[in-house]
Design a protein around this ligand. Structure first.
Ligand SMILES: [Fe+2]
Length: 353
């Protein structure tokens, strides 16, 4: 962040390729290391950025905790490699769980979702009794595209179609505990007290880190531009635990201004002004717009030129604020490095609604 930016090393250019689209070499905005979490200037800058829906890249936020989880991080990478080769996820997940605390409840494959590989259900047990039913870990490809071998595992509960995770809070801590037992390196994030305290300060109440996703972003893959504005979700904390990723992150309103500026003749009618572009961004089926956002190197370079491109390395975190449908930090991710990386992304919720 600004106060510490002088101390950040000058970043080198990063060559970006995603799903076959080459964007060329882009120079990232420096991710300043967090020196002192209680520095008033740092805290003021965090608050300013959070209120403005700007991303908060936090250099080395969880770096101190990583050596303690070296084995778990390597094991998580191994698990992704193993399922990528075709081994069933169910067995691999269950062998990570204590049968005293978790009861296997089957696995399903959603034929309607071509990205989904396997959804494994368990019930939470306490003293032999079921205390939360139908918690799940869902393994999916990040993209429909064969050129992108990125994988992710989402922890949640109940019915996805009925949006149980948005409506109900009772089972969420059990789904969080399931993620923490299956991937103990969760504690590198939730156990980094100054990071948790910063999130608490920004949202004004004690946080709960739920709807956890473990990412294995592959080189040449990643996520297209999107937002995570969901009811009751106040933001996202993403932490790179191994390897590296490239990030574009900026407020939706700023992105809309860029879209309006770059809208060619085909897009001008529905996205030619910032106001129109703001509405156009809500239409996830707009192919012309998606092409501009995700596959136009000129657009990508223009975004990077105004400081919206970040290069996250192991130990770095980034916070993405979410204040509402138009007041939310949009983001896109590029898998970098020589092999698929490991990152954890958690939704930020209020512990008590
Ligand atoms: Fe996201």
């Amino acid at each position: 962040m600004k106060s510490a930016q002088k101390l950040a090393p000058k970043p080198r250019g990063v060559r970006l390729v995603r799903r076959g689209v080459r964007h060329g070499t882009l120079v990232p905005t420096p991710v300043a290391p967090v020196r002192r979490w209680d520095d008033p200037a740092f805290l003021a800058e965090c608050e300013r950025r959070w209120a403005a829906d700007l991303p908060l890249p936090l250099g080395g936020a969880v770096a101190k905790a990583l050596p303690r989880f070296e084995r778990e991080i390597e094991a998580a990478l191994q698990l992704f490699d193993t399922v990528r080769e075709g081994t069933s996820f169910e067995g691999l997940l269950l062998e990570r769980l204590s049968p005293r605390r978790w009861e296997a409840a089957g696995a399903t494959i959603d034929a309607g979702d071509t990205r989904e590989l396997e959804k494994v259900f368990v019930h939470a047990l306490s003293k032999g009794r079921r205390v939360a039913r139908d918690l799940y870990a869902k393994l999916s490809w990040v993209a429909h595209d064969e050129r992108d071998s990125s994988l992710r595992i989402r922890f949640s509960f109940g019915s996805e179609a009925l949006l149980d995770w948005q409506k109900e809070t009772r089972r969420a801590p059990h789904a969080d505990a399931l993620a923490a037992e299956a991937f103990p390196e969760c504690a590198a994030i939730t156990g980094t007290k100054p990071l948790v305290a910063l999130v608490e300060r920004l949202i004004g109440t004690e946080p709960r880190f739920s709807e956890r996703i473990i990412y294995n972003n592959a080189p040449g893959g990643g996520a297209l531009f999107h937002h995570d504005d969901e009811e009751h979700q106040l933001g996202v904390v993403f932490s790179q635990l191994e390897g590296e990723t490239g990030w574009f992150a900026l407020p939706k309103r700023q992105l809309a201004e860029f879209v309006a500026d770059f809208a060619g003749s085909k897009l001008a009618k529905r996205a030619g002004t910032p106001r129109k572009a703001l509405r156009a961004l809500d239409d996830t089926t707009d192919e012309e717009l998606s092409k501009l956002l995700n596959s136009d190197p000129k657009f990508t370079h223009a975004l990077a030129a105004v400081g919206t491109f970040f290069h996250l390395k192991a130990g770095d975190s980034i916070l993405l604020p979410s204040h509402g449908p138009d007041d939310v930090c949009w983001h896109a991710v590029y898998g970098l490095g020589a092999r698929p990386s490991l990152a954890h992304s958690y939704g930020i919720f209020a512990k008590r609604r």
